[in-house]
Ligand binder design. Structure first.
Ligand code: NAD
Length: 453
C-alpha cells in the first residue's frame, strides 16, 4: 500500500486542470501564506522555541520576517515575473515573435531541514507557488513542533487540491522519492543530497540542492580584532551555530589569533553573559545525536574559550578551539554547532591555498581593512556566496541568488531567482503562416536553380 499515491494523484489532477496558472490564483496562495504567518506568529514562535530554544528575536528575524519579506516581494513582482520575456532575434527570424515563457514545471517536491524549519520550508514554497506549481512539502521530522504546525495548520491557508504536507524521516522520504516529480528542491546535507539526486536521476527530474559544508573565514592582520570578533561571534553562535552559512573556522596568523582571543571572549560575555547557559539568547542543540557529535568535537585541539556542555539541556557553550590539526574531525566535517576552531596560516597565499584544497564552500568570509586583500580572496577562490567584513549578510539581499557550488550545492533561489528556479524557461518562436516564397529559399535541392526561385 503506497501511502503517498492518493495525495500525489490529487496534486497531479489539480495541476492538469490548469487552475494554478492564473496570476490571481497564485496571488491568493501567497496571501494565504502571509495570513498563516500573521495569524500564527505566537504558535510558530513557541514551536521554534521548543525545537531549538530560539529566542523571539531570532525567530522573528531568521524565520518569520524573512519569510514574510519573500512573500511580499513575490506579491509585488508576480505579474512582472510572469510576463513573457522578449528576446533579440537573428536575420532569419526578424519577422517573427521570439520570447521566453516562464511556465510551471508541474508537481514540485520540497524537502526541508530542521535548522530553520519554518523559513527553509516557506521560502522555496513561495517561489514554487508564485511560479504556478502544485507542491508537496516534506518538512524535517527532527524539528517536531514546527513540523506539527506546518502539517496541521499551514494547509488550511492554501488550496488543498494543489498543496499538501507529508511527514516522515529517511525511510518515508526514500519511499516518496521513488515517485516521479517534475522538480525537486532539497535543502540538507551533502550526504542526503546525493541520495536525492540519484533518486531524481531515475526519472530525469531536475533538482536544486541547497547543501552545506565548511565555510572559511579569513582574518587579515590588518583589521580591528574587536570588530571582527563581534561579527564572527554573532554569526557563529546565532541559532547555536546550526546555520549552513555560519563561519565554520577562522584562518589567521598566530599574531592575529593572540589579539582575537580576548576580543572573542569579550564578545561572547557581552552577548550571552557570564553564564551563557542561562542566556535566553542562546539556542540549544537540536537532538541528542548532534549533541554527542558536537561534544566529541570539543576534544579536538585545545579549548581556549568555553568548552562546557550539559547533556540534560543539550547545551554546548560558545566555544573557541586553538592548536587544531587539519586532520582532526573538527576540521574535516561541517561543525554545525557553537564551536569555532582557529587554524593558523603564515600568509594570505597560504590561506587561499588552504581554502582551494577543500570542497567549494557555501559561503566564504574575509575580514580586512584592505580592499585589495578582500578582492584577492574573492578573485582567487570559489564559493556559493561571499561576504567581505561581515557574516552571512549577503544572503539577506533578495536581489542576490542564494545557493552553493560544487559540493555545497547546485542551483539557487530567493526573490526572482526562486521564481525562475521553479519555472521552465520555454523557448518560443511564433511565425506567421504567410511569406512562403521567402522561406522556400531554405528547402532542398540546394542548387543554384532552387536558390534563385
Ligand atoms: P539532512 O540531509 O539530514 O536532512 C534533510 C532532509 O532530508 C530532512 O527532511 C530529512 O528527513 C531528509 N532525509 C534525511 N535522511 C534521508 C535519507 N536517507 N533519504 C531521504 N531523505 C532523507 O540535513 P539536516 O540535518 O536536516 O540539516 C543539516 C544540513 O543541511 C547541514 O549540512 C546544513 O549545512 C544543510 N543546510 C543547508 C542549507 C542551505 O540553504 N544550503 C540550509 C540549511 C541547512
Amino acid at each position: 500500500m503506497d501511502p503517498f499515491a492518493d495525495t500525489l494523484q490529487r496534486l497531479r489532477e489539480a495541476f492538469s486542470s490548469g487552475r494554478t496558472r492564473p496570476a490571481e490564483f497564485r496571488a491568493a496562495q501567497l496571501k494565504g501564506l502571509s495570513r498563516f504567518l500573521q495569524e500564527n506568529k505566537q504558535l510558530l514562535q513557541e514551536a521554534l522555541a521548543q525545537d531549538l530554544h530560539k529566542s523571539a528575536f531570532e525567530s522573528e528575524v531568521s524565520e518569520i520576517s524573512i519569510s514574510q519579506n519573500e512573500i511580499n516581494s513575490a506579491l509585488r513582482n508576480l505579474r512582472a515575473w510572469m510576463k513573457d520575456e522578449k528576446v533579440p532575434k537573428n536575420l532569419a527570424t526578424q519577422l517573427d515573435s521570439a520570447f521566453i515563457r516562464k511556465e510551471p514545471f508541474g508537481l514540485v517536491l520540497i524537502i526541508a531541514p530542521w535548522n530553520y524549519p519554518l523559513n527553509l520550508s516557506l521560502e522555496p514554497l513561495v517561489g514554487a507557488l508564485a511560479a504556478g506549481n502544485c507542491v508537496l512539502l516534506k518538512p524535517s521530522e527532527i524539528s517536531k513542533s514546527t513540523e506539527k504546525v506546518l502539517a496541521e495548520v499551514l494547509p488550511r491557508y492554501l488550496d488543498q487540491s494543489c498543496f499538501a504536507v507529508v511527514l516522515g524521516g529517511p525511510q518515508e522520504t526514500g519511499q516518496l522519492l521513488e515517485h516521479k516529480f517534475d522538480y525537486i528542491f532539497f535543502t540538507g546535507s551533502p550526504r542526503v543530497g546525493k541520495i536525492v539526486m540519484a533518486a531524481a536521476a531515475k526519472h530525469l527530474t531536475p533538482v536544486t540542492l541547497e547543501l552545506g559544508g565548511k565555510n572559511p573565514c579569513y582574518v587579515d592582520d590588518n583589521c580591528d580584532p574587536q570588530t571582527v570578533a563581534n561579527r564572527v561571534a554573532f554569526f557563529r553562535y546565532f541559532n547555536s551555530g546550526q546555520t549552513c552559512v555560519a563561519p565554520d573556522y577562522i584562518l589567521c596568523s598566530p599574531e592575529m589569533q593572540a589579539r582575537l582571543l580576548p576580543a572573542l571572549q569579550s564578545a561572547i560575555t557581552r552577548f550571552y553573559g557570564e553564564d551563557p547557559q542561562s542566556s535566553p539568547d542562546l539556542g540549544r542543540i537540536i537532538s541528542e545525536k548532534n549533541f554527542q557529535r558536537l561534544r566529541g568535537l570539543l576534544s579536538c585541539g585545545r579549548v581556549a574559550i568555553g568548552g562546557q556542555s550539559d547533556e540534560s539541556d543539550r547545551y554546548i557553550a560558545p566555544t573557541v578551539l586553538v592548536d587544531v590539526q587539519e586532520t582532526e574531525p573538527v576540521m574535516r566535517e561541517e561543525i554545525f554547532g557553537p564551536i569555532l576552531p582557529i587554524m593558523n596560516v603564515g600568509s594570505l597565499d597560504e590561506a587561499i591555498d588552504f581554502i582551494n584544497r577543500r570542497e567549494k564552500p557555501l559561503a566564504l568570509y574575509t575580514f580586512s581593512n584592505s580592499n585589495q586583500v578582500v578582492k584577492r580572496v574573492l578573485a582567487q577562490t570559489s564559493s556559493g556566496g561571499f561576504c567581505g567584513n561581515d557574516g552571512f549578510m549577503h544572503m539577506t539581499v533578495a536581489s542576490l541568488p542564494f545557493g552553493g557550488v560544487g559540493a555545497s550545492g547546485m542551483g539557487s533561489y530567493h526573490g526572482k531567482f526562486s521564481f525562475d528556479t521553479f519555472s521552465h524557461h520555454r523557448a518560443c518562436l511564433l511565425r506567421r503562416p504567410g511569406l512562403e516564397k521567402v522561406y522556400a529559399l531554405r528547402y532542398p535541392p540546394h542548387t543554384p536553380r532552387n536558390l534563385s526561385v
